[in-house]
Design a protein. Structure first.
Length: 78
């Protein structure tokens, strides 16, 4: 993730939040959440050749391809 933060993130405009953690119920499984400021920013990132190259390098270091879920978040009043 350090490589992504140093090389890809600076090319992504606007707000972007990364969260990383490990599953409590499934040892060895990690969870990564990436939140872009809007769908346009997310799509721009997804279409970057540099992002694709980074992702392909990531696949060399993990046991199986990650599961992906696109989610639209809504902010609820506190």
């Amino acid at each position: 993730m350090e490589d992504w933060t140093e090389t890809i993130r600076p090319q992504v405009p606007g707000a972007f939040l990364n969260l990383f953690g490990r599953s409590v119920d499934r040892p060895g499984e990690s969870v990564f959440v990436a939140l872009a400021q809007d769908q346009s920013t997310y799509r721009q990132l997804a279409e970057m050749p540099e992002q694709d190259a980074w992702y392909r390098k990531l696949l060399e270091h993990i046991e199986e391809e990650p599961a992906w879920e696109d989610v639209e978040l809504e902010q609820s009043p506190a």
